[in-house]
Design a protein around this ligand. Structure first.
Ligand SMILES: [Zn+2]
Length: 334
């Protein structure tokens, strides 16, 4: 353990005070609710704890994410932490809805890597973030230095006592997916609930988390729930990863019809071999995880549509030549 990192915290109580606590938070101040939102082919997670609000990625579509924000009542509110795991459109485009003037949302902290990008839509998001930072309402954090002090892990305590560990991505990687920043979510009662989410990290980044980064020791990769990496791609899971996280279940965000063949059969086989059931947004809809945050309170997963280990319309069979070849297989007809 590297206790200096684990203890590196900054409480959000003061800066989050502008946001009105949600009804659930008033009922149970330690309750944690995590919604893995059905945004199509992309990722978006909305988390609340004690009135703190956190968003990890915003999916591929600004209008769709904006509609979800409206349905969740995020309007004239403060979102304490926004984390863009990596610079791909299926993760950042929706986040632009947070900065639409009519929505009146205050974002306190915005995390992303500062990797250069030629994408105009990302530039527009970054311009919005920079404008808020310049006026002093937003604190910008580069995930390569997540607390701004050189440490690899930034630990943030939410108002209900839940904790986020935002971790530096592999600095040596050049592909956007492998530059995904991992996040560990720990409930107010850490024995009741933890979750590991690492965007679209592929096998090289996953090996780095397990090895040189030391994240298996600090903050620890064991978690009750794994957000399945890279939408169920065969390159988003390894036996060693599942052996380290040892999740009770995986939750994956996938478009009902996608050109990538997600989920890949190899990923399903890996989860099956490790005894990990999966939920997927294209079949289950929005997946909601709740933990009361009280000792022994445990946690619960509820899906808009029931079922685990479901297959999807675009799922692609394994190539006998391995995962790398799957990308080059033609899409199924229709
Ligand atoms: Zn993605």
């Amino acid at each position: 353990m590297r206790p200096s990192s684990a203890l590196l915290g900054f409480a959000l109580a003061a800066c989050a005070a502008r946001g009105a606590p949600s009804g659930a938070a008033r009922d149970d101040p330690h309750a944690l609710t995590i919604r893995v939102l059905d945004v199509g082919q992309g990722d978006a997670i909305y988390l609340t704890n004690g009135g703190s609000r956190v968003i990890i990625d915003g999916g591929p579509d600004e209008a769709r994410f904006g509609h979800l924000l409206d349905s969740l009542g995020v309007h004239h509110d403060t979102v304490d932490i926004v984390i863009l795991t990596h610079a791909h459109a299926d993760h950042y485009r929706g986040l632009r809805a947070l900065f639409e003037t009519a929505r009146h949302v205050t974002v306190r902290y915005f995390f992303e890597n500062a990797d250069p990008s030629a994408a105009g839509s990302l530039r527009a998001l970054r311009d919005s973030v920079a404008a808020r930072a310049a006026e002093g309402s937003l604190v910008y954090r580069d995930t390569d230095d997540p607390c701004g002090d050189g440490r690899p892990i930034c630990t943030l305590t939410l108002r209900g006592g839940a904790v986020l560990h935002v971790m530096r991505p592999d600095p040596a990687r050049s592909t956007a997916n492998d530059r995904s920043a991992p996040v560990k979510i720990v409930g107010a009662d850490s024995a009741s609930f933890t979750m590991w989410a690492a965007g679209d990290a592929e096998t090289a980044a996953i090996a780095w988390f397990l090895g040189a980064a030391g994240y298996a020791a600090d903050p620890g990769m064991r978690a009750n729930v794994l957000k399945g990496d890279h939408h169920g791609s065969c390159n988003g899971v390894t036996p060693a990863y599942l052996a380290a996280v040892r999740p009770d279940a995986a939750v994956l965000s996938i478009g009902a019809v996608n050109d990538y063949g997600h989920m890949h059969d190899q990923a399903k086989a890996a989860y099956r071999a490790a005894g990990v059931p999966w939920y997927r947004t294209d079949r289950n809809g929005t997946i909601t995880i709740t933990s009361p945050g009280t000792p022994g309170g445990g946690y619960r997963i509820a899906a808009s549509r029931p079922g685990t280990d479901l297959a999807g319309a675009s799922d692609r069979a394994a190539s006998p030549r391995g995962c790398g070849d799957d990308r080059r297989l033609p899409s199924p007809p229709g």
